[in-house]
Design a protein around this ligand. Sequence first.
Ligand SMILES: *Cc1c(COP(=O)(O)O)cnc(C)c1O
Length: 419
Amino acid sequence: MEARIGLPAPWQGVDSAEWSDWKWQMSNRLNTAAEFERFITLSPSEKNALNTRGLFRVDITPYFASLIDPHDPNCPIRRQVLPTEQELYADSSAMDDSLNEDAHSPVKGLVHRYPDRVLMLVTTQCASYCRFCTRSRIVGDPHETFGKADFSAQIDYIARTPQVRDVLLSGGDPLVLSDRILGDLLERLNAIPHVEIVRINTRVPVFLPQRVTPELVDVLRRFQPMWLNLNINHPKEITPDLEAAMARLADAGIVLGSQSVLMAGINDCPNIILDLVHKLTRNRVRPYYLYQCDLVTGAGHFRTPVAKGVEIIESLRGHTSGYTIPTFVVDMPEGGGKVPLQPNYLISMSEDRVVLRNYEGFISAYSQPRDYRPHDPQTCPHCQAQARPGNHQRGVSGLLEGRERSIRPVGWDELHSRD
Ligand SMILES: *Cc1c(COP(=O)(O)O)cnc(C)c1O
């Protein structure tokens, strides 16, 4: 086997069979200051963080570490995986469980926040650990992982909850599980008649494209429809190795999406995001969400003003293909779920006309129809089918349908009966 050319010093002797073996990559991950210092000069802040006990776990695959630019302390690859002292600074608005997931878990590791879909945490382990991890309260801890009994309890809950039609596997990273365990989980989910789609959220192809073996692809291919949501934050992450892994997945009929986290000093720039989404779509990956960074302990230094996300969407819409534009979302603290934000395009409206503006600032009026016959839910079979009992989480759309006349905070009525 010939040696890989162009690899940094610590891996120059590694032969390509080892380098392309995902298990070799996993067992040769870097986590100590001494290991990093073999190819980069650590800053005092990085060194201090690495030597701090109790810090959120550090582990970086040699593949991902080899993408670090040794001469750039702000390298976006480095900043996503190498800790600094900033993680130790208290941020008064940060929380360990900012999305209140634990309170929305009917069984361990299963988050049921929306009416028709659940998030199933299947492991706490990842190929490498992101410094901005939203689940750093549990992720990385080898003693706090999920096992057979947890999977069974999660699957039982899904089986007895018929409104769940969409299951998102996440963690941790589901693709660090063995092909056999993953295949078995997918098999059991597939056997539940009301589960229509399964999605896998993963960053394994980014950290460890070697894991996307033909055998893994064969496991995933058996369970169509299968949606795979990658988490890609910077164009530098899209290497020829990742492109080849994504092509293997897309060729197998797996639908690919990507969600990105908006982060200060990493991708808080309209042109970085533009390059990223163009590169994604060229690789058959549809940009799905752009996330405002969560209020999670240790990640405060990555946060941008919410305005940055709106500015980025303004810079994309109209200027490039609609297919490349993700939805910018803030995941509401305390478990409110994802809320989409975008610039305002609606200038004004009357019964007759709607005044809109486009990306260039051009303003024009769209004439509304005068002879619209309102849709009749009473005669619509789709509306009738949705009206079944148990489907009561209608929220604001329930107000529009006339099912309710208001939504009031707890205590509102008492507050306003002032006698
Ligand atoms: C993000 C998320 C989902 C999926 O939301 P989509 O908008 O359908 O992608 C489901 N459950 C939880 C708890 C989530 O955080």
